[in-house]
Design a protein around this ligand. Structure first.
Ligand SMILES: Cc1ncc(COP(=O)(O)O)c(C=O)c1O
Length: 398
C-alpha cells in the first residue's frame, strides 16, 4: 500500500501492513519478542553483516514497530522512520545523530520544557552549544546561524503558547547554509501539517500524543530520508531507546483513525476557542485558527487544520485559572495532550515548571496561561463544562 495517489484516510488505515501472510490475521500481529532465531550460524552472521534481510533483536528492529514506522513515514510524506521509546528519545536520538562536540544548534524558545533542558544543559556538557531565538522572527533564526551550526530545531505550533514558525522560510535558510532542519510536528500531526513537503529535513513525533491518541502509552518517532534514518539507526541502537512491540501495536492501531480524530479535534478546538474568546472572564485566547492569533495568516498558509490545542488567560490571572482547573468536571486536570478526552493544565507550574521564569516569559508562558488539549467529546458538553467552571464565585462569570 504505497500508492502516492491514495488519500490520507486510506494511507492511515493501510500503510505499513496488509493481511499477515502466516495465518491471514487482519490486524497487525504483536511480535512480543526480544530476539529472532537464525536458521544457521551462517545466516546469523549474514544478518549481522547486513548481507541478508531479517530481524535480529528488538532494539535493532521489530516487525510490529515496522508497521508504525511505515505508517508515520507514509503520512509525513517521508522515505523512512525510526520508532523509539518516547518523544524525548526521538529528540535526543536525532540530535545526537546530527551533532558532535564543537557543533552549534539554533533552537526556538517556544519548545517543550524537557527539550529546552536537553539543549540548555545536557548538550552543552557534551560540548554542543545552543542559541535560543524567537522563532516567530525568521530573521532572528538566520542571524543566529554560525559557521559551526549543524541544525535548526523548532516546534510549530510550539508547546505550550502556540507560537508558529514559518517552516518553508526556515528550511530555505537552513538549505542555503547546509544546516539540517528538525521540526517537532507533535502538535499538528501530519494530518494538519507536513513539514517535509515544506522543505524540512527531519520530523519528530511524540507518539504519546495524537498518534496513539488514547493516552495509554509512551512512544516516539524520527522521520526523514532513508539516508538519515539509516545513519540515525546506529545512534539509536547505542542509546537504546527501543519502543516496545506492544506500544508499537497500540500506536499503529490508533493511527488508523488519526485523520478522523484530528478532524474532530480541529472542529472542537475552534468551537471552544470561539466560546472562550467571547467570554467575559477571559482576557485572551491563543488558537492558530482564530483571526486574533498574531500568526493566523501563517497558520492558514502552512496548516490544513489548526489542531486541538487552545491556550487562554483569565482576567483574574493565576488565581482564576487555578479556580477554573479545580472546577472543571468533564475536562481532566493533567499534563500531556492529544488524548481523545479533553485535558487541562497550567504550564507554568506543571509542564514548564523547570524552565527558568525569564525563559518562560520569552516563550510566552505567562503565570496565568491555561492549556487545553481539546478532545473528541461533544463540543457542546465541553463548552457547558467550561462555562460552569468559569462561573467562579467572586463575579468572574459572564
Ligand atoms: C511537543 C512535544 N514534543 C516532545 C514531547 C516529549 O514526548 P514524550 O513525553 O513522549 O517523551 C512532548 C511531551 O509533552 C511534547 O509536547
Amino acid at each position: 500500500m504505497d500508492s502516492p495517489t491514495h488519500g490520507t484516510c486510506t494511507i492511515a488505515v493501510h500503510a505499513g501492513h496488509g493481511v499477515d501472510p502466516a495465518y491471514g490475521a487482519v490486524a497487525a500481529p504483536i511480535y512480543q519478542t526480544a530476539t529472532f532465531a537464525f536458521e544457521s550460524a551462517e545466516e546469523g552472521a549474514r544478518r549481522f553483516a547486513g548481507e541478508q534481510d531479517g530481524y535480529i533483536y528488538t532494539r535493532y528492529g521489530n516487525p510490529t514497530t515496522k508497521v508504525f514506522e511505515d505508517k508515520i513515514a507514509a503520512l509525513e510524506g517521508a522515505e523512512a522512520a525510526q520508532g523509539v521509546a518516547s518523544g524525548m528519545s526521538a529528540v535526543s536520538t536525532a540530535l545526537l545523530a546530527l551533532l558532535k562536540r564543537g557543533d552549534h544548534i539554533v533552537a526556538t524558545d517556544s519548545i517543550y520544557a524537557a527539550v529546552h533542558l536537553l539543549l540548555a544543559d545536557t548538550l552543552p556538557h557534551l560540548g554542543i552549544e545552543c542559541t535560543f531565538v524567537d522563532g516567530t522572527q525568521v530573521e532572528r533564526v538566520a542571524d543566529a546561524v554560525k559557521p559551526n551550526t549543524r541544525a535548526i530545531y523548532f516546534e510549530t505550533p510550539g508547546n505550550p503558547a502556540l507560537k508558529l514558525v514559518d517552516i518553508a522560510a526556515v528550511a530555505s535558510i537552513a538549505r542555503n547554509t547546509g544546516v539540517t532542519t528538525v521540526v517537532d510536528n507533535t502538535f499538528a500531526t501530519p494530518i494538519n501539517q507536513r513539514p517535509i513537503s515544506l522543505g524540512a529535513d527531519v520530523v519528530i513525533q511524540s507518539a504519546t500524543k495524537y498518534l496513539g491518541g488514547h493516552g495509554d502509552l509512551i512512544g516516539g518517532a524520527v522521520v526523514g530520508s532513508k539516508e538519515f534514518i539509516d545513519k540515525l539507526w546506529h545512534t539509536h541502537i547505542q542509546l537504546g531507546g527501543a519502543l516496545s512491540p506492544f506500544n508499537s501495536f497500540l500506536i499503529a492501531r490508533g493511527m488508523q483513525t488519526l485523520p478522523l480524530r484530528m478532524a474532530a479535534h480541529n472542529a472542537n478546538a475552534l468551537r471552544v476557542a470561539e466560546f472562550l474568546e467571547q467570554h467575559a472572564a477571559v482576557e485572551r485566547v491563543i488558537y492558530p485558527g482564530l483571526p486574533s492569533h498574531p500568526q493566523h495568516e501563517l497558520a492558514r498558509r502552512q496548516m490544513s487544520g489548526y489542531g486541538g490545542m487552545v491556550c487562554f488567560e483569565l482576567k483574574g490571572g493565576i488565581e482564576a485559572g487555578r479556580a477554573l482547573m479545580n472546577s472543571v468536571r468533564l475536562c481532566t486536570l493533567t499534563v500531556s495532550l492529544g488524548d481523545v478526552r479533553t485535558l487541562i493544565c497550567h504550564p507554568a507550574s506543571m509542564t514548564h515548571a523547570e524552565v527558568p521564569p525569564a525563559e518562560r516569559e520569552k516563550a510566552g508562558i505567562t503565570d496565568g496561561l491555561v492549556r487545553l488539549s481539546v478532545g473528541v467529546e461533544d463540543a457542546d458538553d465541553l463548552i457547558a463544562d467550561l462555562d460552569q467552571a468559569l462561573d467562579i464565585p467572586g463575579g468572574m462569570g459572564p
